[in-house]
Design a protein. Structure first.
Length: 391
């Protein structure tokens, strides 16, 4: 999520600067200064404002999130939860071990949810809960994130993720499934369509692309020219340093989390409806995932292109966009919908990149209706050919 990454870099530097200022003030307070009184007697004097200012900065560095989170969000009526359930580990042909959970009735049609980058499958709490009343819902962690283990750093990219997703289709009891992906999850689905179009013949009943793009995300975000200009001199070196210096990068990430700087950065991925639990979970997941894996995934996205992949999609597609999405602008979803043979585009009001959380009711309703139409109604009528959906 490039805008959040850029904001995170700036705020992280500010957070480190706060610590540096606190250290300097403590040192200068301890050192003090020598002054001469009227009797030519020297006295060691410490300026106590330096001590109190340093302690205040240290306190903010450790507890700032407790102050900032309520200021940045609304109170929760239905808190999201990072719940885990019974799981299995699936060996992928890529060599990665995939953490997978299955929810809902065992004999129901299957929906597979693929989360966005920097997160894990627990982010699907609202949608998983909603769909599992009617469908068999499979959630999984992308390799390198959550509890999935990548075979190596070289397997943390879109082509390998698509192969991992293809492996999960073996869990659908031989019936076509709906694939739902948010952000890089949607990019993974597009890569699957590009690289393995044969799965659309009888393994996939439909695609749902949530706030996603079709090309290097630096090209479809706000301030795209600036982001592209910063790619080589700033972003690429920073991500490579995060890989080489992961312990230091992780320390910085946790310091930003405690100070609230990370919360401020992640807040820009939401519109006006975000609640405390939603911002907290998003920020916590982004913080505790390994910086090296996150960096490799970001670098892989910069080299990714599937601009015409959706043309191969011979199944119905639902494209969901947020009207306030600054991470993946609405135009990206319009481009995908314009190329897909059987697509519907829905733009959700007052929704940013994390709209599926803050506007969960609207997103859940659209996705459930699409799944009902393409997994239940069409199957019950024996319809085989794709039809335009949700016209």
């Amino acid at each position: 999520m490039p805008p959040i990454i850029l904001a995170g870099l700036v705020l992280s530097l500010a957070s480190w600067g706060m610590l540096a200022a606190a250290a300097y003030l403590l040192w200068s307070w301890y050192q003090g200064s020598w002054v001469m009184d009227a009797y030519d007697v020297s006295h060691h004097v410490r300026e106590h404002w330096r001590l109190w200012t340093a302690l205040a900065l240290l306190a903010w560095s450790c507890l700032g999130r407790l102050v900032l989170t309520p200021l940045l969000t609304k109170a929760d009526e239905d808190p999201t939860r990072a719940e885990r359930g019974e799981h299995q580990m699936i060996a992928s042909p890529t060599g990665s071990n995939l953490y997978v959970e299955v929810h809902g009735p065992a004999d129901a049609p299957t929906v597979i949810l693929t989360h966005g980058w920097g997160l894990d499958s627990t982010i699907w709490y609202y949608l998983r809960r909603h769909l599992s009343q009617r469908f068999r819902v499979i959630v999984w962690d992308l390799p390198g994130l959550g509890r999935s283990r990548a075979a190596s750093g070289s397997t943390v990219d879109l082509s390998h993720f698509a192969t991992d997703l293809k492996a999960l289709l073996s869990l659908t009891n031989g019936k076509p499934a709906i694939l739902v992906g948010h952000s890089i999850g949607g990019m993974t689905i597009l890569t699957l369509v590009r690289d393995h179009p044969e799965v659309l013949t009888d393994q996939v009943a439909g695609l749902v692309l949530v706030n996603t793009t079709y090309i290097n995300p630096l090209k479809t975000m706000v301030l795209s020219p600036l982001a592209l200009a910063l790619r080589w001199p700033v972003l690429e070196p920073v991500f490579r340093l995060a890989i080489w210096l992961q312990p230091l990068a992780w320390l910085g990430a946790w310091q930003s989390y405690l100070s609230g700087s990370a919360h401020m950065a992640n807040r820009i991925g939401f519109a006006s409806q975000v609640t405390r639990s939603q911002l907290e979970q998003t920020t916590l997941l982004a913080t505790r995932n390994p910086p090296a894996a996150s960096a490799r995934g970001n670098l892989a996205m910069f080299r990714w292109d599937a601009h015409d992949a959706i043309v191969k999609a011979s199944v119905p597609c639902l494209i969901l966009a947020g009207d306030k999405d600054i991470v993946t602008k609405q135009e990206a979803s319009e481009h995908i919908a314009g190329q897909a043979p059987f697509a519907s585009l829905r733009v959700i009001d007052d929704a940013n990149h994390m709209g599926f959380l803050e506007r969960s009711e609207a997103y859940n309703e659209e996705i459930a209706r699409f799944c009902e139409l393409n997994l239940v109604t069409r199957a019950g009528r024996g319809v085989q050919e794709p039809v335009p959906t949700l016209a």
